[in-house]
Design a protein around this ligand. Structure first.
Ligand SMILES: [Zn+2]
Ligand SMILES: [Zn+2]
Length: 166
């Protein structure tokens, strides 16, 4: 008995050089995807069974608004604002606490966001050793354009300019 296996549908995920192991560059070379992200206690927030964004698992966080709390999946794709989980009854501009869904530790504050709602950028580590140079940020205000995953280059440019460039 001979079985044929189609190889075309198999997507290989190569290990990248150290320091870049959390970021995958898409086929066209333009899509940057975060493939792992960690809470301060080292839990991986990218869980394979969670919501998919263009086929990539999202970054799952536990958020607490005054009127609702639960798990939210943010797109791991750079520049993508999409997310799953927050009900429409939570109005834009509402501040939340952002926690790890596994241990419920609060994410560390990186800096003030600078948005009108007084948001703070909360940090997610890209490396399991929690190296401070590999942190991405998320504003804790719903509807802030920075309430998505910001890569470290965006964060760096904001540290320098701190201007609203929306
Ligand atoms: Zn945790
Ligand atoms: Zn903000």
């Amino acid at each position: 008995m001979v079985e044929r296996k189609k190889k075309g549908a198999v997507e290989m995920r190569r290990p990248l050089p150290s320091g870049a192991d959390s970021i995958e560059v898409g086929p066209a070379g333009v899509t940057i995807v975060i493939t792992q992200a960690f809470c301060p206690n080292g839990h991986n927030l990218v869980r394979a069974n969670d919501a998919l964004f263009d086929g990539y698992p999202g970054i799952t966080l536990f958020v607490e608004f005054p009127e609702w709390s639960g798990e939210v999946a943010l797109s791991p794709i750079h520049g993508d604002h999409s997310r799953f989980g927050i009900p429409r009854t939570v109005p834009n501009g509402t501040r939340c606490e952002i926690r790890c869904p596994e241990c419920e530790v609060e994410l560390p504050v990186l800096k003030n966001c600078g948005c009108d709602a007084g948001g703070k950028l909360m940090g997610v580590y890209l490396r399991k050793d929690l190296s401070e140079g590999d942190v991405v940020g998320i504003c804790n205000v719903l509807g802030c354009y920075r309430s998505r995953i910001l890569d470290k280059f965006e964060l760096l440019s904001e540290f320098v300019e701190d201007e609203d460039d929306s």
